[in-house]
Design a protein around this ligand. Structure first.
Ligand code: FEO
Length: 135
């Protein structure tokens, strides 16, 4: 069973970003499934890298649109992106150095963070961008 399922209530009303959030959910599920299947460290490391890189790309895409349209909530939103990026990069480093493992606690952290960020912070831009004709 997947750790996390996409739900319509996660929609942020911008097709491009809904698509990217679905990819992030798929990657979190992929990491979770691989952890449960007991695959090797290198395979987990590869999926973790994919998740980190895609997260960074997604955040950059949102931030580009914020800048382009002078989205007023951008500073607070960017701080959330920066905080998560810092946390996952630190975790990735610890994992590479063999100082930690991918556990259910880590998976729960990623899942909860993503769901809360999408459901609260990302959803704040729906009205703003829809009004500009972006859907
Ligand atoms: Fe969809 Fe702000 O991350």
């Amino acid at each position: 069973m997947s750790l996390l399922e996409w739900k319509e209530e996660f929609s942020v009303g911008v097709t491009e970003f809904d698509g990217q959030h679905k990819v992030l959910i798929d990657l979190i599920n992929k990491l979770h499934d691989a952890m449960r299947a007991g695959v090797g460290r290198q395979a987990l490391s590869d999926i973790l890298s994919e998740l980190v890189e895609y997260t960074k790309t997604h955040f950059e895409n949102e931030e580009k649109l914020f800048l382009q349209y002078s989205y007023p909530e951008s500073p607070a939103h960017r701080r959330e992106h920066d905080a998560l990026t810092k946390q996952v990069l630190e975790f990735q480093k610890e994992y590479h150095d063999g100082r930690t493992s991918i556990s259910i606690d880590v998976m729960d952290f990623l899942k909860d963070w993503l769901v809360n960020h999408i459901a609260i912070s990302d959803k704040k831009y729906t009205h703003f961008f829809n009004e500009k004709g972006i859907r």
